[in-house]
Structures are given as structure tokens and as C-alpha cells.
Design a protein around this ligand. Structure first.
Ligand code: FAD
Ligand code: ZN
Length: 478
């Protein structure tokens, strides 16, 4: 007699059983309550389902999991801290995928102060990476508001940006070596500490920014920097983004690599923070249309305050800035940063907020902000643009808050329309529709219109080579 074929569900159960043999029963999570927070992304734009969440603890276990998934065609969604803002880490609604959580893979493999490197596993949180670097009197500069929960693996998979890019570069600039597990389970091991190594293609860069579609990052060798001995922070009021650009030029001219942050905020964003974030106050006496948070860092303990003072005086005498306050204590510095860091969060208290993450060539930022605000205002009268962010990188989060008193749900149905208006301006100015958050699911359908067709062909060819069965984060990016 011929045995009946197993149903799809029976086949899936059999695979889960085999996964449990690899990682242990309690690390194949199917409990609805335990799974729930891993099925939704931070802004609740996407909510999915999953067969299970699998939590390997070693690279060898990740490898064995991938061998099994490749063999059985089980799709895998890598997930770190689940703070990504484009839905890349969220499984689809079909429930056919497993989540591969990297959070147990969080060991420090080596701290090497002589070479200025830290070798860490992918699931270590960014805050812990900072702490491990500080333990050997070094600094790892990547800085994001989500650093308490995001993981270094997620940071590298998204090539995260944040507030220190101006001085230190994106996540990909902070990596010397990488270990990744391929779709078929092979381990690509290149935990090199070399600054110079031109032995062929630099494959680590394929995985950084690939959002879990080409391989699973399991460990990395990170570059460390000397810890600055002096940091000075100013909160500056000025007339417009063009003045902010002039200040940036002046700052780079006089302080060069000491300029470690240059963040732009509009008055409307500051007002929202002052309204909704308890304990915040305006550091300046008068009101200004725009603000810059400017930070200088140096190795020398003395002289930085004077350098900042003369920079601000120079800018004032040339009518580039209108007023400035310099932090005189750590508390004050943190208070200035809070005004910047709360910009996005408080928009949620003002009703619907349509989020943007775009970049344009530096010199065109003022024109971009003016054109985007004009175009959105013409379509949705009363819409409030809060254009803030990493001016030094040409990366502006020009989020759009609903008109006062409008219906939140109705406003949010216009997400794609508002994005299309802003992205049209971005494209006209030679910019990018995703500066630092990635493509994931959110911008996947927009990619073909903005990416060079040959580049897209090469991306598809790489995907087909590295993941021929299409099991790694399907339906994301491409
Ligand atoms: P997840 O969200 O879990 O995953 C993100 C993507 O990476 C997914 O596609 C996932 O499949 C993939 N992935 C995760 N781990 C791995 C791995 N080990 N191997 C392969 N693929 C993997 N981003 C910025 O760039 N700049 C900011 O300033 C910034 N600020 C933020 C502030 C807040 C409050 C929040 C909530 C988010 C912010 N983000 C920012 C977005 C987010 O924090 C980053 O994208 C972060 O790098 C994601 O890390 P994660 O561990 O949470 O990854
Ligand atoms: Zn940002």
C-alpha cells in the first residue's frame, strides 16, 4: 500500500521538529503571545504572521537552520531588534515564513585595543557595542535613537546612518570584516582586521544594506576610534536652511574633522517637542525660524570651547546666525539633544504623520525643503511639514503632519500620494528616496522607477546567484 502524502501543515510541522533538534525546542517559538511583538514593525505599517520564530545561539546553528530551510524551501525572515522602519524584518501576512531571530547570538568574540577593533556577534545591541568599546577606552561612533534595542547585525544589514555619519560615515564604513551565512548554509568567513586588503571583490559590502536578502550576518569586526576628551555642543537659531548650510561650511572650514554633529530642526518641530515632551525648554530667548544642533569633539582636553566660541562669533558677525546657546554641563548637552531626538516621536501626538527619509546633494537641501513644502501645501492645504535631520549628510526627514483638526485616518490614507509628491522633488534634484532606512517592503514598489535598470538587473542577478531558491527575506527590496 502507498503511504498518503503528508499535507502542507504536516510537512511544516516536520520541519519545525527538525529545527527544534538544531536550536532546542524552547527556541522554536510558536506561542501567539510571545510571537506577537515580532510580527509588527515599530510604526505598525505592516503586521504579518509566521510559522515560528527560530532563535539559534551560534553561527553553526544558523548554518544548519539555513541548510534545512534551503532544502525544504522554507522562507526565512532575519530579525534583530525589530526597529527597522521599512518593514524588512516583518514576515508577510501569509504565515508561511519563519522569523530567524539573531538576538541570542550576542557574544563579544574579541576586544583588541591595539588594532582598534571589536569582534562582535550580530545580535549584540548597539548600546552594548558602545559599552564594550568604552570598556577598552575606545569609541564606536554609530549613533541612533533606537540604539538600546537595535542590533549591530540589523545596523549592518540596513547600512544604518544616524547622527554621526558626517564625521565617521555610515554603518558600512565602520566595518573591517564580516561573517555571513549564505542561503545554502555555507559560512562566508572573513573576520579580517585589515585596513588594506585588495585580494579581489570586497564581498562584505554585498551584505551591508542588503536587508537580509543575500545572507544572514552573524558577526563583524568593527572599527573603533579614540574616545574624544572634549565635546562642546551649541544650539543655534537662524533664519533658514541656506543660513544653516553657510554655518556648516564655516564650521568645516575652521574645525574640520572636529565637527561631529550638524542637525537641522524647524521651529514647528521645536514647538511640537516643547508642547509634548515633559521637562523640555527652549534654550534661546527669542523665536527663530530654524535651528541647528552643532557639536564639536576633540582629543585635546583644552581649546575646543574657545574654537566653538570663535566659530559662533564669526558666524554672528557675518549675519549667518541670529543667536546661540552653548551647553555648560552634561545635563544641558543632553537637554539640547533631547530637543533633536524627540522630533519624530512628538509628531505622533499631533495626529497623523507621514514619514520621509530622503537625501539630496548638500547644496540643494534649501531648495528641496522649499519645493517639497510648497508642493505638499498646494495639494493638502494646512499640512504641516516638519523637515528635520542630518543636514550635514544632505539627509532630511521631511515628515508631514496632518492639518490641525483633520481626521487622522483619512490623512494617513494619503501616505503614498504625499510620498509621490516629495519623491518627485527628490528625483528632480538628483536625490535618493531612501537615505538611511532602506527599502524593505515600504519602498519596494517605488524602486524600479528610481533605480537605474542596469543596476536593478545586477541586483537581481546577485540575488539569483546567492539565493537561487529565493528563501531569504522574499518580497523585500526586490
Ligand atoms: P531589524 O529591524 O530587526 O531588521 C532590519 C532589516 O535588517 C530587516 O530587513 C532584517 O531582515 C535585516 N536583518 C536584521 N538582522 C540581520 C542579520 N543579522 N543578518 C541579515 N539581515 C538582518 N535608522 C537609521 O539609519 N538612522 C536613524 O537615525 C534611525 N533612528 C531610528 C530611531 C527610532 C526610534 C527607530 C525605531 C528606528 C530608527 N532607525 C534609524 C531604524 C532602525 O533602528 C535601523 O534600521 C536599525 O539598523 C535596525 O536594526 P535592528 O536590529 O532593529 O534590525
Ligand atoms: Zn535619521
Amino acid at each position: 500500500m502507498i503511504a498518503p502524502c503528508p499535507t502542507r501543515a504536516e510537512a511544516a510541522d516536520a520541519v519545525l521538529g527538525r529545527l527544534a533538534q538544531i536550536v532546542g525546542v524552547k527556541h522554536v517559538v510558536t506561542d501567539t503571545l510571545e510571537l506577537a511583538p515580532h510580527l509588527v514593525e515599530p510604526r505598525e505599517l505592516f503586521k504579518g504572521r509566521a510559522r515560528a520564530m527560530v532563535r539559534p545561539a551560534t553561527t553553526a546553528e544558523v548554518s544548519r537552520v539555513m541548510v534545512l530551510c534551503n532544502e525544504t524551501g522554507l522562507p526565512v525572515v532575519p530579525q534583530g531588534g525589530n526597529t527597522g522602519l521599512v518593514g524588512g524584518q516583518t514576515p508577510h501576512e501569509t504565515g508561511d515564513e519563519i522569523i530567524l531571530s539573531l538576538t541570542r547570538l550576542d557574544r563579544l568574540r574579541e576586544a583588541d585595543p591595539a588594532t582598534n577593533t571589536l569582534t562582535v556577534e550580530a545580535g549584540m545591541t548597539l548600546t552594548r557595542v558602545h559599552d564594550e568599546a568604552a570598556r577598552i577606552d575606545r569609541m564606536f561612533p554609530l549613533s541612533l535613537a533606537s540604539e538600546g534595542s537595535c542590533t549591530i547585525g540589523g545596523n549592518l544589514a540596513t547600512n544604518a546612518g544616524g547622527t554621526a555619519v558626517l564625521a565617521y560615515g555610515n554603518a558600512r564604513d565602520l566595518v573591517l570584516g564580516l561573517e555571513a551565512v549564505l542561503a545554502d548554509g555555507r559560512v562566508l568567513s572573513n573576520l579580517s582586521k585589515l585596513k588594506k586588503d585588495n585580494t579581489g571583490y570586497d564581498l562584505k559590502h554585498l551584505f551591508m544594506g542588503s536587508e537580509g536578502t543575500l545572507g544572514v550576518i552573524t558577526a563583524a569586526v568593527l572599527k573603533l576610534f579614540p574616545r574624544p576628551r572634549a565635546i562642546e555642543t551649541a544650539f543655534v537659531g537662524l533664519a533658514d536652511p541656506a543660513a544653516a548650510l553657510k554655518l556648516l561650511e564655516l564650521a568645516l572650514d575652521s574645525a574640520g574633522a572636529s565637527v561631529t554633529a550638524f542637525e537641522l530642526m524647524p521651529r514647528i518641530g521645536l514647538d511640537m517637542v516643547l508642547r509634548h515632551a515633559p521637562g523640555t525648554r527652549d534654550p534661546l530667548a527669542g523665536k527663530h525660524a530654524w535651528y541647528v544642533l552643532l557639536e564639536l569633539s576633540a582629543q585635546a582636553e583644552h581649546g575646543l570651547l574657545e574654537a566653538l566660541g570663535s566659530l559662533l562669533e564669526n558666524a554672528m558677525s557675518r549675519d549667518i546666525i541670529d543667536d546661540a546657546a552653548v551647553a555648560t554641563s552634561l545635563d544641558q548637552r543632553e537637554a539640547f539633544w533631547k530637543l533633536r531626538d524627540m522630533q519624530s516621536e512628538v509628531q505622533g501626538r499631533e495626529g497623523g504623520s507621514i514619514k520621509q527619509d530622503v537625501s539630496v546633494p548638500l547644496a540643494l537641501v534649501p531648495r528641496f525643503i522649499a519645493d517639497a513644502e510648497g508642493a505638499v501645501g498646494a495639494r493638502i492645504p494646512g499640512a504641516r511639514m516638519v523637515a528635520f535631520g542630518h543636514l550635514g549628510d544632505g539627509n532630511i526627514h521631511c515628515n508631514v503632519s496632518q492639518p490641525v483638526g483633520a481626521d487622522k485616518a483619512t490623512f494617513l490614507t494619503r501616505w503614498a500620494e504625499v510620498n509621490a509628491i516629495v519623491h518627485a522633488v527628490v528625483t528632480r534634484l538628483g536625490g535618493s528616496i531612501s537615505a538611511e532606512h532602506g527599502i524593505g517592503r515600504l519602498k519596494r514598489n517605488l524602486l524600479p522607477a528610481v533605480k537605474d535598470p542596469v543596476a536593478l538587473d545586477v541586483m537581481r542577478a546577485l540575488k539569483a546567484t546567492l539565493d537561487p531558491k529565493g528563501i531569504l527575506n522574499p518580497g523585500k527590496v526586490l
